[in-house]
Design a protein around this ligand. Structure first.
Ligand SMILES: [Zn+2]
Length: 87
């Protein structure tokens, strides 16, 4: 977790700025906290970009998810019909 020495505060990667700097004092974080800082900075940049931007503008649900939703609706519809039939 990145630590800002000027603010004496730990920052969650999602709370930092998009370029990995401190939101309060704009100091670059993560470079001196750990020896493998490049590894800890990389997920931060991915989080800052956002999943939708990473997936692209034409990101949509996969076909098997839609098939699952249709099957669920059909199953619940059938359960509703059988429930009405019992009454
Ligand atoms: Zn700071």
């Amino acid at each position: 977790m990145p630590f800002c020495e000027d603010c004496a505060k730990y920052w969650a990667p999602s709370a930092m700025n998009d370029d990995g700097t401190c939101p309060t004092c704009a100091r670059v974080l993560g470079s001196q906290s750990t020896p493998n800082a490049s590894r800890t900075v990389a997920p931060t940049s991915i989080n800052a970009k956002g999943l939708r931007e990473l997936a692209g503008k034409d990101a949509k649900a996969p076909w098997h998810f839609k098939l699952l939703v249709v099957a669920l609706i059909a199953y619940l519809g059938w359960r509703l019909v059988s429930l009405i039939g019992l009454v």
